[in-house]
Design a protein around this ligand. Structure first.
Ligand code: NAP
Length: 401
Protein backbone atom coordinates (compact mmCIF):
# COMPACT_ATOMS: atom_id res chain seq x y z
CA UNK A 1 0.00 0.00 0.00
CA UNK A 2 1.61 3.20 -1.21
CA UNK A 3 1.27 6.29 1.01
CA UNK A 4 0.54 9.52 -0.85
CA UNK A 5 0.56 12.97 0.79
CA UNK A 6 -2.32 15.04 -0.58
CA UNK A 7 -3.50 18.65 -0.87
CA UNK A 8 -7.04 19.61 -1.86
CA UNK A 9 -7.58 23.01 -3.45
CA UNK A 10 -11.29 23.78 -3.10
CA UNK A 11 -11.90 21.13 -0.41
CA UNK A 12 -15.33 22.53 0.55
CA UNK A 13 -16.84 22.26 -2.94
CA UNK A 14 -18.64 19.37 -4.55
CA UNK A 15 -15.46 17.74 -5.92
CA UNK A 16 -13.52 18.68 -2.78
CA UNK A 17 -16.07 16.95 -0.53
CA UNK A 18 -16.11 13.81 -2.68
CA UNK A 19 -12.31 13.74 -2.48
CA UNK A 20 -12.41 14.15 1.31
CA UNK A 21 -14.91 11.29 1.49
CA UNK A 22 -12.41 8.94 -0.20
CA UNK A 23 -9.41 10.13 1.79
CA UNK A 24 -11.25 9.89 5.10
CA UNK A 25 -11.77 6.16 4.44
CA UNK A 26 -7.97 5.60 4.34
CA UNK A 27 -6.41 8.42 6.38
CA UNK A 28 -3.12 6.59 6.95
CA UNK A 29 -2.63 6.06 3.25
CA UNK A 30 -3.46 9.69 2.39
CA UNK A 31 -1.99 12.12 4.96
CA UNK A 32 -3.20 15.67 4.28
CA UNK A 33 -0.79 18.53 3.68
CA UNK A 34 -3.15 21.43 2.91
CA UNK A 35 -6.83 22.20 2.41
CA UNK A 36 -8.19 25.42 0.90
CA UNK A 37 -11.58 27.10 0.56
CA UNK A 38 -12.85 30.55 -0.34
CA UNK A 39 -15.47 31.40 2.29
CA UNK A 40 -16.88 28.24 3.90
CA UNK A 41 -14.70 28.58 6.97
CA UNK A 42 -16.78 26.25 9.15
CA UNK A 43 -16.50 23.26 6.83
CA UNK A 44 -12.83 23.98 6.07
CA UNK A 45 -11.94 23.93 9.78
CA UNK A 46 -14.01 20.78 10.36
CA UNK A 47 -12.24 18.98 7.48
CA UNK A 48 -8.80 20.13 8.65
CA UNK A 49 -9.44 18.96 12.21
CA UNK A 50 -10.88 15.58 11.27
CA UNK A 51 -8.10 14.78 8.77
CA UNK A 52 -5.32 16.36 10.88
CA UNK A 53 -4.22 18.54 7.95
CA UNK A 54 -0.94 20.39 8.33
CA UNK A 55 -2.40 23.61 6.99
CA UNK A 56 -5.78 25.21 6.17
CA UNK A 57 -6.16 28.30 3.99
CA UNK A 58 -9.21 30.49 3.46
CA UNK A 59 -9.36 32.78 0.42
CA UNK A 60 -11.45 35.49 2.06
CA UNK A 61 -8.97 37.31 4.33
CA UNK A 62 -11.70 38.69 6.61
CA UNK A 63 -12.37 35.08 7.75
CA UNK A 64 -8.83 34.40 9.02
CA UNK A 65 -9.61 35.28 12.67
CA UNK A 66 -12.53 32.84 12.63
CA UNK A 67 -10.40 30.12 11.03
CA UNK A 68 -7.71 30.65 13.70
CA UNK A 69 -10.28 30.49 16.45
CA UNK A 70 -11.79 27.26 15.10
CA UNK A 71 -8.34 25.64 14.79
CA UNK A 72 -7.02 26.93 18.14
CA UNK A 73 -4.97 24.34 20.03
CA UNK A 74 -4.82 21.90 17.09
CA UNK A 75 -1.35 22.86 15.82
CA UNK A 76 -2.78 23.23 12.29
CA UNK A 77 -1.25 26.18 10.44
CA UNK A 78 -3.66 28.72 8.98
CA UNK A 79 -3.44 31.48 6.40
CA UNK A 80 -5.69 33.59 4.17
CA UNK A 81 -5.84 35.27 0.78
CA UNK A 82 -5.32 34.33 -2.85
CA UNK A 83 -1.52 34.34 -2.43
CA UNK A 84 -1.76 31.95 0.53
CA UNK A 85 -3.78 29.51 -1.59
CA UNK A 86 -0.99 29.53 -4.19
CA UNK A 87 1.52 28.91 -1.38
CA UNK A 88 -0.60 26.00 -0.13
CA UNK A 89 -0.42 24.44 -3.60
CA UNK A 90 3.35 24.82 -3.54
CA UNK A 91 3.70 22.83 -0.29
CA UNK A 92 5.18 19.34 -0.62
CA UNK A 93 2.20 17.11 -1.38
CA UNK A 94 2.74 14.40 -4.01
CA UNK A 95 -0.88 14.57 -5.16
CA UNK A 96 -2.92 17.76 -5.54
CA UNK A 97 -6.62 17.92 -6.27
CA UNK A 98 -7.25 21.10 -8.31
CA UNK A 99 -10.94 21.66 -7.55
CA UNK A 100 -11.29 25.44 -7.30
CA UNK A 101 -14.02 26.68 -9.62
CA UNK A 102 -13.20 29.05 -12.47
CA UNK A 103 -10.08 30.85 -13.66
CA UNK A 104 -9.31 31.57 -9.98
CA UNK A 105 -7.92 28.02 -9.95
CA UNK A 106 -5.24 28.71 -12.55
CA UNK A 107 -2.40 30.03 -10.42
CA UNK A 108 -2.78 27.50 -7.60
CA UNK A 109 -2.88 24.73 -10.23
CA UNK A 110 0.25 26.13 -11.87
CA UNK A 111 2.01 26.22 -8.50
CA UNK A 112 1.41 22.47 -8.08
CA UNK A 113 2.39 21.79 -11.70
CA UNK A 114 5.63 23.75 -11.31
CA UNK A 115 6.89 21.51 -8.55
CA UNK A 116 6.20 18.37 -10.57
CA UNK A 117 3.26 17.08 -8.55
CA UNK A 118 0.58 14.63 -9.66
CA UNK A 119 -2.25 17.06 -10.35
CA UNK A 120 -5.77 15.66 -10.39
CA UNK A 121 -7.40 18.28 -12.58
CA UNK A 122 -11.08 19.03 -11.97
CA UNK A 123 -10.62 22.77 -12.59
CA UNK A 124 -11.13 22.59 -16.37
CA UNK A 125 -11.21 26.40 -16.61
CA UNK A 126 -7.45 26.54 -15.96
CA UNK A 127 -6.86 24.45 -19.11
CA UNK A 128 -9.43 26.42 -21.07
CA UNK A 129 -7.99 29.82 -20.19
CA UNK A 130 -4.31 28.85 -20.27
CA UNK A 131 -3.99 25.40 -21.85
CA UNK A 132 -0.71 25.97 -23.74
CA UNK A 133 0.91 27.47 -20.64
CA UNK A 134 -0.25 24.74 -18.23
CA UNK A 135 0.81 21.92 -20.58
CA UNK A 136 4.19 23.52 -21.30
CA UNK A 137 4.89 23.97 -17.57
CA UNK A 138 3.81 20.40 -16.87
CA UNK A 139 6.25 19.05 -19.46
CA UNK A 140 9.04 21.33 -18.20
CA UNK A 141 8.65 20.33 -14.54
CA UNK A 142 7.68 16.69 -15.01
CA UNK A 143 4.20 17.11 -13.54
CA UNK A 144 1.54 14.47 -14.23
CA UNK A 145 -1.89 15.84 -15.06
CA UNK A 146 -4.69 13.34 -14.49
CA UNK A 147 -8.19 14.36 -15.63
CA UNK A 148 -10.98 14.25 -13.05
CA UNK A 149 -13.85 15.30 -15.30
CA UNK A 150 -15.75 12.01 -15.75
CA UNK A 151 -15.57 12.27 -19.56
CA UNK A 152 -11.83 12.92 -19.71
CA UNK A 153 -11.18 10.40 -17.01
CA UNK A 154 -13.08 7.85 -19.12
CA UNK A 155 -11.05 8.73 -22.22
CA UNK A 156 -7.85 8.57 -20.17
CA UNK A 157 -8.75 5.00 -19.18
CA UNK A 158 -9.28 3.76 -22.75
CA UNK A 159 -6.92 5.96 -24.78
CA UNK A 160 -3.84 4.23 -26.20
CA UNK A 161 -1.24 6.92 -25.50
CA UNK A 162 1.50 4.68 -26.97
CA UNK A 163 -0.15 4.58 -30.40
CA UNK A 164 -2.32 7.69 -30.82
CA UNK A 165 -2.23 7.23 -34.62
CA UNK A 166 -4.55 4.28 -34.12
CA UNK A 167 -7.22 6.60 -32.78
CA UNK A 168 -9.86 7.76 -35.20
CA UNK A 169 -12.16 9.85 -32.97
CA UNK A 170 -12.79 10.82 -29.39
CA UNK A 171 -16.46 11.07 -28.43
CA UNK A 172 -17.41 13.14 -25.41
CA UNK A 173 -20.79 12.21 -23.98
CA UNK A 174 -23.09 14.86 -22.49
CA UNK A 175 -26.23 14.35 -20.42
CA UNK A 176 -27.83 17.30 -22.22
CA UNK A 177 -28.62 19.04 -18.92
CA UNK A 178 -32.01 19.93 -17.44
CA UNK A 179 -33.27 21.80 -20.55
CA UNK A 180 -32.46 19.19 -23.19
CA UNK A 181 -36.06 18.94 -24.35
CA UNK A 182 -37.21 22.57 -23.88
CA UNK A 183 -37.84 24.87 -26.83
CA UNK A 184 -36.23 28.30 -27.06
CA UNK A 185 -39.17 30.23 -25.63
CA UNK A 186 -39.32 27.86 -22.64
CA UNK A 187 -35.55 28.18 -22.17
CA UNK A 188 -35.87 31.98 -22.11
CA UNK A 189 -37.98 31.73 -18.92
CA UNK A 190 -35.93 29.27 -16.85
CA UNK A 191 -34.75 30.30 -13.38
CA UNK A 192 -31.37 29.80 -11.68
CA UNK A 193 -32.99 27.23 -9.35
CA UNK A 194 -34.12 25.17 -12.36
CA UNK A 195 -30.72 25.50 -14.02
CA UNK A 196 -28.76 24.20 -11.04
CA UNK A 197 -31.06 21.19 -10.57
CA UNK A 198 -29.14 18.82 -12.83
CA UNK A 199 -31.10 15.66 -13.72
CA UNK A 200 -28.18 13.26 -13.11
CA UNK A 201 -25.16 14.86 -11.41
CA UNK A 202 -24.98 16.78 -8.13
CA UNK A 203 -22.44 19.59 -8.67
CA UNK A 204 -21.51 23.17 -7.78
CA UNK A 205 -23.66 26.04 -9.11
CA UNK A 206 -21.33 27.25 -11.87
CA UNK A 207 -20.76 23.87 -13.54
CA UNK A 208 -24.48 23.09 -13.22
CA UNK A 209 -25.38 26.23 -15.19
CA UNK A 210 -22.59 25.41 -17.68
CA UNK A 211 -24.17 21.97 -18.10
CA UNK A 212 -27.56 23.55 -18.75
CA UNK A 213 -26.19 25.79 -21.56
CA UNK A 214 -23.88 22.96 -22.77
CA UNK A 215 -21.03 25.44 -22.31
CA UNK A 216 -19.62 22.79 -19.97
CA UNK A 217 -19.34 20.37 -22.90
CA UNK A 218 -17.72 23.11 -24.97
CA UNK A 219 -15.20 23.80 -22.20
CA UNK A 220 -14.59 20.04 -22.10
CA UNK A 221 -13.96 20.01 -25.84
CA UNK A 222 -11.18 22.57 -25.31
CA UNK A 223 -9.93 20.64 -22.27
CA UNK A 224 -9.80 17.40 -24.29
CA UNK A 225 -7.81 19.06 -27.07
CA UNK A 226 -5.05 19.83 -24.56
CA UNK A 227 -5.15 16.51 -22.71
CA UNK A 228 -5.21 14.10 -25.65
CA UNK A 229 -3.10 14.10 -28.83
CA UNK A 230 -6.07 14.24 -31.22
CA UNK A 231 -6.92 17.07 -33.66
CA UNK A 232 -9.90 19.19 -32.67
CA UNK A 233 -11.99 18.07 -35.68
CA UNK A 234 -11.79 14.47 -34.41
CA UNK A 235 -13.37 15.29 -31.05
CA UNK A 236 -17.15 14.97 -31.13
CA UNK A 237 -20.01 15.48 -28.71
CA UNK A 238 -22.83 12.98 -28.29
CA UNK A 239 -25.88 13.48 -26.08
CA UNK A 240 -26.45 10.55 -23.72
CA UNK A 241 -29.07 11.48 -21.09
CA UNK A 242 -28.44 8.54 -18.73
CA UNK A 243 -24.75 9.46 -18.15
CA UNK A 244 -23.69 5.83 -17.95
CA UNK A 245 -21.23 5.76 -20.85
CA UNK A 246 -18.82 8.46 -19.70
CA UNK A 247 -17.08 8.86 -23.08
CA UNK A 248 -15.69 6.76 -25.93
CA UNK A 249 -12.59 6.37 -28.08
CA UNK A 250 -13.02 5.04 -31.60
CA UNK A 251 -10.05 3.25 -33.22
CA UNK A 252 -9.09 2.94 -36.91
CA UNK A 253 -10.06 -0.75 -36.96
CA UNK A 254 -13.66 0.07 -35.98
CA UNK A 255 -13.31 -0.85 -32.31
CA UNK A 256 -14.91 1.58 -29.90
CA UNK A 257 -13.72 1.52 -26.28
CA UNK A 258 -15.75 3.19 -23.56
CA UNK A 259 -15.74 3.49 -19.80
CA UNK A 260 -19.07 3.01 -18.02
CA UNK A 261 -20.20 3.58 -14.47
CA UNK A 262 -22.85 5.10 -12.23
CA UNK A 263 -22.76 8.91 -12.08
CA UNK A 264 -20.60 9.29 -8.96
CA UNK A 265 -17.52 11.52 -9.11
CA UNK A 266 -15.80 9.38 -6.47
CA UNK A 267 -15.01 6.86 -9.23
CA UNK A 268 -12.98 9.20 -11.49
CA UNK A 269 -11.45 10.89 -8.44
CA UNK A 270 -10.32 7.48 -7.14
CA UNK A 271 -8.73 6.68 -10.51
CA UNK A 272 -6.47 9.72 -10.07
CA UNK A 273 -5.93 9.23 -6.33
CA UNK A 274 -4.70 5.63 -6.59
CA UNK A 275 -3.12 6.03 -10.07
CA UNK A 276 -1.62 3.92 -11.57
CA UNK A 277 -3.27 1.42 -9.21
CA UNK A 278 -6.97 1.25 -8.36
CA UNK A 279 -8.80 1.49 -5.07
CA UNK A 280 -12.28 0.47 -3.89
CA UNK A 281 -14.95 3.19 -3.69
CA UNK A 282 -18.48 3.25 -2.25
CA UNK A 283 -19.94 4.30 -5.65
CA UNK A 284 -23.05 2.31 -6.53
CA UNK A 285 -22.36 -0.62 -8.88
CA UNK A 286 -23.65 -0.38 -12.41
CA UNK A 287 -26.69 -2.54 -13.05
CA UNK A 288 -27.23 -2.49 -16.81
CA UNK A 289 -30.15 -4.89 -16.70
CA UNK A 290 -31.99 -2.53 -14.34
CA UNK A 291 -31.23 0.47 -16.56
CA UNK A 292 -32.25 -1.64 -19.60
CA UNK A 293 -32.00 1.15 -22.14
CA UNK A 294 -29.23 3.60 -23.03
CA UNK A 295 -30.03 6.34 -25.54
CA UNK A 296 -27.89 8.65 -27.68
CA UNK A 297 -28.68 11.65 -29.88
CA UNK A 298 -26.82 14.39 -31.74
CA UNK A 299 -26.72 17.77 -29.98
CA UNK A 300 -29.00 20.58 -31.14
CA UNK A 301 -26.53 23.30 -32.08
CA UNK A 302 -29.29 25.89 -32.64
CA UNK A 303 -30.68 25.69 -29.10
CA UNK A 304 -27.23 25.19 -27.59
CA UNK A 305 -24.91 27.61 -29.48
CA UNK A 306 -22.21 27.25 -26.80
CA UNK A 307 -20.94 24.13 -28.58
CA UNK A 308 -20.14 26.03 -31.78
CA UNK A 309 -18.77 29.03 -29.88
CA UNK A 310 -16.27 26.91 -28.00
CA UNK A 311 -15.17 25.11 -31.16
CA UNK A 312 -14.70 28.49 -32.84
CA UNK A 313 -12.59 29.73 -29.92
CA UNK A 314 -10.53 26.55 -30.01
CA UNK A 315 -9.93 26.90 -33.76
CA UNK A 316 -8.97 30.59 -33.36
CA UNK A 317 -6.48 29.63 -30.65
CA UNK A 318 -4.33 32.15 -28.76
CA UNK A 319 -6.35 33.97 -26.13
CA UNK A 320 -9.77 33.26 -27.71
CA UNK A 321 -10.56 30.42 -25.23
CA UNK A 322 -9.41 32.69 -22.36
CA UNK A 323 -11.84 35.39 -23.53
CA UNK A 324 -14.67 32.87 -23.91
CA UNK A 325 -14.06 31.46 -20.45
CA UNK A 326 -13.92 34.86 -18.74
CA UNK A 327 -17.09 36.10 -20.46
CA UNK A 328 -18.86 32.89 -19.47
CA UNK A 329 -17.85 33.24 -15.81
CA UNK A 330 -19.18 36.81 -15.71
CA UNK A 331 -22.41 35.87 -17.51
CA UNK A 332 -23.09 32.79 -15.34
CA UNK A 333 -22.54 34.88 -12.23
CA UNK A 334 -25.01 37.50 -13.52
CA UNK A 335 -27.57 34.79 -14.34
CA UNK A 336 -27.23 33.21 -10.88
CA UNK A 337 -27.80 36.66 -9.35
CA UNK A 338 -30.93 37.25 -11.40
CA UNK A 339 -29.42 40.04 -13.50
CA UNK A 340 -29.77 38.39 -16.93
CA UNK A 341 -31.86 35.62 -18.45
CA UNK A 342 -30.67 32.12 -19.30
CA UNK A 343 -30.35 32.71 -23.04
CA UNK A 344 -28.35 35.89 -22.39
CA UNK A 345 -25.44 33.80 -21.12
CA UNK A 346 -24.34 32.50 -24.52
CA UNK A 347 -25.33 35.81 -26.18
CA UNK A 348 -22.89 37.66 -23.89
CA UNK A 349 -20.18 35.09 -24.50
CA UNK A 350 -20.71 35.31 -28.26
CA UNK A 351 -20.60 39.12 -28.32
CA UNK A 352 -17.53 39.27 -26.09
CA UNK A 353 -15.75 36.68 -28.21
CA UNK A 354 -16.54 38.54 -31.42
CA UNK A 355 -15.61 42.02 -30.12
CA UNK A 356 -12.60 41.47 -27.85
CA UNK A 357 -9.58 40.85 -30.08
CA UNK A 358 -7.59 37.73 -29.31
CA UNK A 359 -3.82 37.55 -29.38
CA UNK A 360 -0.96 35.21 -28.56
CA UNK A 361 -0.96 33.55 -25.14
CA UNK A 362 2.73 33.52 -24.31
CA UNK A 363 2.72 33.87 -20.54
CA UNK A 364 0.60 34.39 -17.43
CA UNK A 365 0.53 38.18 -17.98
CA UNK A 366 -1.10 37.62 -21.39
CA UNK A 367 -3.69 35.33 -19.76
CA UNK A 368 -4.52 37.99 -17.14
CA UNK A 369 -4.71 40.69 -19.78
CA UNK A 370 -7.14 38.74 -21.99
CA UNK A 371 -9.14 37.53 -18.98
CA UNK A 372 -9.46 41.05 -17.52
CA UNK A 373 -10.43 42.69 -20.82
CA UNK A 374 -13.08 40.04 -21.51
CA UNK A 375 -14.49 40.33 -17.97
CA UNK A 376 -14.79 44.11 -18.31
CA UNK A 377 -16.40 43.81 -21.73
CA UNK A 378 -18.91 41.17 -20.64
CA UNK A 379 -19.79 43.13 -17.49
CA UNK A 380 -20.33 46.21 -19.63
CA UNK A 381 -22.71 44.27 -21.88
CA UNK A 382 -24.68 43.20 -18.80
CA UNK A 383 -24.89 46.72 -17.41
CA UNK A 384 -23.29 49.57 -19.38
CA UNK A 385 -23.86 52.06 -16.51
CA UNK A 386 -22.32 50.19 -13.60
CA UNK A 387 -18.58 50.84 -13.76
CA UNK A 388 -18.12 49.85 -10.13
CA UNK A 389 -19.57 46.41 -10.87
CA UNK A 390 -17.11 46.01 -13.72
CA UNK A 391 -14.29 46.21 -11.21
CA UNK A 392 -15.99 43.95 -8.70
CA UNK A 393 -16.78 41.24 -11.21
CA UNK A 394 -13.18 41.21 -12.32
CA UNK A 395 -11.95 40.81 -8.74
CA UNK A 396 -14.46 38.13 -7.97
CA UNK A 397 -13.08 35.82 -10.64
CA UNK A 398 -9.63 36.00 -9.15
CA UNK A 399 -9.92 35.80 -5.43
CA UNK A 400 -13.29 36.65 -3.97
CA UNK A 401 -16.83 35.33 -4.07
N1 NAP B 1 -18.94 19.02 -9.32
C1 NAP B 1 -18.64 18.11 -10.25
O1 NAP B 1 -19.22 17.02 -10.28
C2 NAP B 1 -17.57 18.39 -11.28
C3 NAP B 1 -17.33 17.46 -12.28
C4 NAP B 1 -16.31 17.69 -13.18
C5 NAP B 1 -15.55 18.84 -13.09
N2 NAP B 1 -15.82 19.76 -12.12
C6 NAP B 1 -15.00 20.97 -12.05
O2 NAP B 1 -14.40 21.05 -10.78
C7 NAP B 1 -14.29 22.41 -10.35
C8 NAP B 1 -15.00 22.56 -9.02
O3 NAP B 1 -16.37 22.30 -9.24
P1 NAP B 1 -17.39 22.11 -8.00
O4 NAP B 1 -18.67 21.68 -8.59
O5 NAP B 1 -16.73 21.27 -6.94
O6 NAP B 1 -17.51 23.65 -7.51
P2 NAP B 1 -18.05 24.19 -6.12
O7 NAP B 1 -18.89 23.17 -5.46
O8 NAP B 1 -18.61 25.52 -6.39
O9 NAP B 1 -16.70 24.34 -5.25
C9 NAP B 1 -15.71 25.26 -5.59
C10 NAP B 1 -14.58 25.24 -4.58
O10 NAP B 1 -13.67 26.31 -4.90
C11 NAP B 1 -13.61 27.27 -3.82
N3 NAP B 1 -13.55 28.60 -4.44
C12 NAP B 1 -14.54 29.28 -5.04
N4 NAP B 1 -14.10 30.45 -5.53
C13 NAP B 1 -12.80 30.52 -5.21
C14 NAP B 1 -11.78 31.51 -5.42
N5 NAP B 1 -12.04 32.65 -6.06
N6 NAP B 1 -10.54 31.24 -4.95
C15 NAP B 1 -10.26 30.08 -4.30
N7 NAP B 1 -11.19 29.11 -4.08
C16 NAP B 1 -12.42 29.34 -4.54
C17 NAP B 1 -14.90 27.05 -3.04
O11 NAP B 1 -14.77 27.50 -1.70
P3 NAP B 1 -16.10 27.85 -0.82
O12 NAP B 1 -16.84 26.55 -0.64
O13 NAP B 1 -15.56 28.37 0.45
O14 NAP B 1 -16.88 28.84 -1.62
C18 NAP B 1 -15.03 25.53 -3.14
O15 NAP B 1 -14.15 24.89 -2.25
C19 NAP B 1 -14.89 23.25 -11.48
O16 NAP B 1 -13.87 23.68 -12.33
C20 NAP B 1 -15.79 22.26 -12.21
O17 NAP B 1 -15.96 22.59 -13.58
C21 NAP B 1 -16.80 19.55 -11.21
Amino acid sequence: MQTRRVTILGSTGSIGRSTIDLIAREPERFPVEALTAQSNVGLLAEQALSLKAKCAVIGDESLLPELRQRLAGSGIESAAGAGAIIEAAARPAEWVMAAIVGAAGLEPTLAAVRRGAIVALANKESLVCAGPLVMREAALHGATILPVDSEHNAIFQVFDFKAPDNIDRVILTASGGPFRTLNLSEMREVTPAQAIAHPVWSMGAKISVDSATLMNKGLELIEASFLFPVPEDRIEVLIHPQSVVHSLVSYVDGSVLAQLGTPDMRTPISVTLAWPARMPTPAARLDLAAIAKLTFEVPDFARFPALNLTRQALQSGGSAPTILNAANEVAVDAFLNGRIGFLDITRIVEQTLSRVPSGPLGDLAAVHEADGTARRYAAHLIDPTDDDRVVRVQTRGRNRR
